[in-house]
Write a protein that binds this ligand. Structure first.
Ligand code: ATP
Ligand code: MG
Length: 429
């Protein structure tokens, strides 16, 4: 029970933080910091200045789990880095691993327009004069992160995803038509989730599915599962996506409202993103909402390929408890039907699932849950599709507004704790 010995997140922040300053071609220097959370960007630059007196360092970088370098140039970005680092520490603890120091890579001033190995423009707008505009400095990190992960997706997808490069490990679960495996992608060293679906279809249909899946390369949202590529081998398709170490929401028991609220915000943002691309999810349910120990929440299994959906449906027909009444009765499916499924998905963790087409919409007992939450669910589950909230109304709903604070730590801590509990119940491997 390492995790309990170490205490929860806020206690962890009070622990000594070791920052490993990497020096090109000369190894590294470890710097022990006693007040991690209070650390300022300037303090780090000062220490780097002492370690590397000959260079003018204006920023530094750290690596995320994918090995993407993320630049830090402000206190805000420092906070993001520390929050990410503490979440990895938590993960290492949960897994009983040694705690790695926080590695940073000082970046000396570079001439404008210099390019990194992926051909991306290196941002050289660092420096005090640019910190006057918080909007600019806040917009930069997510932008550069987005660019590099999009680039990584391209590299991975550029004809390089194939069966030979994949080593299947554990089975993550079976669904309606497919099996999902945790897998290792040898060339990139990445852990993936690979969904394998048996499909006895013509070569023509296989090609059509592959071209319909193309749009997934364009999906670039932190609320949508990353797509790395797909391929057919004989009569089965393998769809490779980002692995989420917290798994899907359906395996979590009661989720407290303050956690569920943050999850709902991410799900609404993910759906709004898909709808903006004219994609209907068509399968919104807890098993298609994935979480990780970094506190991220992402949607998966949306119906991007009509042909794939049809081909699976030929083998596995059926309705499920999350489908909107109009869908069950075979009427037209629209954004509103996704909204119904959203509502019912968030009722389930509260163990109040009771939804049948011919009966009145389910109602949550008032008093046990907050009024905005009850209102949100009730609105999403209006019988008449048009009476359900439109995308912008969902985003503006008090329940969503209340939890739209970007606090990933809440979800992260809850996922870590739940995984730890699960592990201790299972006993030693
Ligand atoms: P259905 O087939 O009706 O959509 P399902 O969502 O439960 O049902 P699958 O999509 O095959 O079935 O997924 C099986 C399980 O695999 C999920 O419940 C989830 O726990 C796990 N899983 C799926 N994708 C990932 C992923 N990217 N990372 C981690 N776990 C995943
Ligand atoms: Mg699924």
């Amino acid at each position: 029970m390492l995790w309990l010995a170490f205490g929860p997140f806020h206690a962890m922040e009070n622990q000594v933080l070791v920052i490993r300053i990497k020096i090109p071609n000369r190894g590294a220097v470890d710097w022990t910091v006693n007040s991690g959370p209070q650390l300022l960007f300037r303090d780090v630059l000062d220490v780097i200045g002492q370690v590397l007196p000959e260079a003018t360092t204006t920023a530094f970088e750290y690596e995320d789990e994918d090995g993407d370098r993320i630049t830090v140039r402000s206190d805000e970005e420092m906070k993001a880095m520390l929050s990410y680092y503490y979440s990895t520490v938590m993960e290492q603890q949960v897994n009983g691993q040694l705690i790695e120091p926080l590695q940073i890579f000082p970046r000396a001033c570079k001439p404008p327009g210099e390019r990194n190995i992926h051909g991306l423009k290196v941002n050289t707008r660092a420096g005090p004069s640019h910190h006057s505009s918080p909007a600019v400095s806040e917009a930069l990190p997510s932008n550069s992160l987005k660019k590099s992960s999009a680039e990584l997706k391209k590299i991975l997808a550029n004809g390089q995803m194939n069966e030979q490069d994949i080593r299947y490990r554990d089975t993550l679960g079976h669904g309606n038509g497919g099996t999902v495996y945790k897998a290792y992608h040898v060339p990139s060293g990445k852990i993936l989730a690979v969904k394998v679906i048996l499909l006895d279809i013509t070569l023509e249909l296989q090609k059509q599915i592959m071209s319909e899946l193309e749009i997934l390369y364009k999906c670039d949202s932190s609320y949508i599962i990353g797509f790395y590529g797909a391929f057919f081998v004989e009569n089965r398709i393998s769809i490779c996506t980002e692995f989420m170490d917290g798994g899907s929401l359906d395996v979590y028991r009661k989720i407290p409202e303050h956690v569920l609220g943050r999850i709902a915000v991410a799900v609404v943002k993910g759906l709004t993103y898909l709808w903006s691309l004219k994609i209907l999810h068509r399968d919104v349910k807890p098993s298609n909402m994935l979480v990780n120990t970094r506190g991220q929440v992402k949607l998966c299994d949306f119906g991007v390929s009509t042909q794939l959906v049809n081909s699976i449906a030929k083998t596995y027909v059926g309705t499920n408890a999350y489908m909107a009444p109009e869908r069950i009765s075979g009427e037209q499916y629209g954004i509103h039907s996704d909204v119904w499924s959203l509502g019912i998905s968030f009722m389930e963790p509260l163990q109040l699932l009771q939804c049948i087409v011919d009966e009145d919409s389910p109602v949550l007992p008032v008093g046990e849950f907050s009024e905005p939450f009850v209102h949100f669910i009730t609105q999403c589950m209006r019988k008449q599709p048009k009476e359900r909230p439109a995308p912008e109304e969902l985003m503006g709903h008090p329940f969503i507004v209340q939890f739209n604070d970007g606090n990933a730590t809440v979800v992260s801590m809850w996922v870590c704790r739940a995984l730890e509990e699960r592990r201790s119940q299972q006993g030693p491997p």
